[in-house]
Design a binder for this molecule. Sequence first.
Ligand SMILES: [Zn+2]
Length: 134
Amino acid sequence: MVAITGEARGAILAHAREAWPAECCGLLLGREDRIERAIPARNLAESSATRFLLDPADHIRARRSARDAGELVLGFYHSHPDSAPVPSPTDVDEASYPEAIHVIAGAGPSGRLSEIRAFRIVGGRVRAVALGGG
Ligand SMILES: [Zn+2]
């Protein structure tokens, strides 16, 4: 299980709604198995409604911010503007960093962007990770 603070959860959903109908993306910072902060990044993908490409400059900036705060980059988040928060074939293909937690914000049963789920993607295999309160 991985814990996530209410603040980080709220920040991911707010970013996802703001970016709609495009996908948003960002980094997850924290300690051990606890996501404490979600740092937004630019999505550089041209077809940003269906994929994301995290701006490398934002990636570096977030890594620096984590180091300065004594935190770790635990993983990444992105959104599925109109579909369920489960990894797409593209997400699986493009997942690097096997130790990373991948958080996806997506549409819940109501169709609204209201749900977040976490996964690990290692060697093309997806494993769901339980998200607890933090
Ligand atoms: Zn995706």
